[in-house]
Design a protein around this ligand. Structure first.
Ligand SMILES: [Zn+2]
Length: 348
């Protein structure tokens, strides 16, 4: 084995053992460890009622099979898909009852199964986050379309009908990955089950990984194909491994948070260093985006319970990304104009 190969082998070993150490069960929270809550859920699954409220999904016979025929004759398919079943209804209503009692005695909200006690509205689990995700999706789409129009219809094209701007393709991928994230984010906050959570999480990791690549390539003005591949390949390999790990080995929030924060901080630093070194006409937009992005990230790390059962730190974080997204696409458009005009000047 060469020295290099030995290092990377040790590196992989260390990484794998680190993964094995940091994995732990994150689903257990203070709320669901509470004996009164546990008793309530158990009682509810037997009787189908919490206090006065009863659920039709809970019509189970003693052997656990639904009474009155198979499930598809009992409730519409979309309800099955949303898994608004007995178990989830019981957990939700027991949580509401328990939290009300807690508040009466001056207690603070606690987490249940790793989540804050949110109030559902119109069948949505976290309505504020759903609305904000949809708004983010709309702003992303608007930003991407306006970038598209600028670059193909307003700015001059090369004789072979290509853009002069060298980073067009990268911004397209960025736009598509962002819209993909906000779509799954809206789905996940509507109804959180393992599948929707994995999709939201994986989309976020993919976007963060790609925007790190974009940051390196743009800040270091990498236009050479070989150099671009050299930078992208290891990041893509790492991000792919991490996504596979989350989906097929363990959905570890602690580890994922560390990976996401590391990738987020890395790109903010790259943009910040570039913003202070470059004479780019739109560098002030970069500064605002970097500082705003940093503050927004604090919201994701500093977690507080939902105000009135609706607005928590995570929802606020989704609100801050709306103006930041608008600003970011405006920077992309400025950059495209700036690069195109300086390339044309050079050509003259
Ligand atoms: Zn979210």
């Amino acid at each position: 084995m060469t020295q290099m190969a030995r290092w990377s082998f040790h590196g992989i070993l260390a990484f794998v053992s680190l993964l094995a150490f940091v994995t732990h069960d994150v689903y257990a929270s203070v709320g669901d460890a509470d004996p009164i809550y546990k008793a309530c859920v158990e009682q509810c699954e037997k009787t189908g009622c919490v206090g006065e409220t009863c659920f039709q999904h809970c019509k189970f016979s003693s052997d656990g099979k639904p009474v009155g025929g198979p499930w598809y004759l009992q409730e519409p398919l979309y309800l099955r898909w949303k898994q608004w079943d007995c178990h989830s209804d019981c957990r939700y209503h027991c949580m509401l009852v328990r939290e009300e009692e807690r508040e009466k005695h001056g207690g603070k909200p606690v987490k249940y199964h790793g989540k804050w006690p949110f109030h559902r509205a119109y069948g949505f689990q976290e309505p504020v986050s759903v609305a904000l995700s949809a708004l983010n999706l709309a702003i992303q789409f608007h930003g991407w379309v306006s970038f598209f129009i600028l670059i193909y219809y307003k700015l001059p094209l090369t004789p072979s009908k290509k853009t002069y701007y060298e980073y067009t393709g990268l911004w397209h991928i960025y736009g598509i990955l962002s819209m993909n994230l906000w779509f799954w984010s809206a789905v996940f906050h509507s109804r959180d089950v393992e599948l929707t959570e994995k999709l939201d999480c994986s989309s976020a990791v993919a976007l963060l990984g790609f925007s790190l690549i974009l940051a390196v390539l743009r800040a270091f003005s990498m236009r050479d194909e070989a150099a671009r591949v050299m930078v992208s390949a290891p990041i893509i390999a790492f991000v792919t491994t991490h996504i596979l790990y989350l989906n097929f080995f363990k959905l570890d929030y602690g580890l994922n948070m560390k990976v996401c924060v590391a990738m987020g901080v890395a790109q903010l630093l790259i943009w910040a260093v570039w913003a202070s070194a470059t004479r780019h006409p739109s560098r002030f937009k970069l500064w605002v985006a970097v500082i705003g992005g940093g503050l927004a990230m604090l919201l994701e790390i500093y977690d507080f319970p939902p105000y009135q059962g609706f607005v928590d730190a995570h929802a606020l974080w989704h609100a801050t990304t709306i103006p930041l997204t608008y600003l970011w696409w405006s920077f992309a458009k400025d950059d495209a104009e700036f690069r195109t005009s300086s390339l044309l000047k050079k050509a003259k």
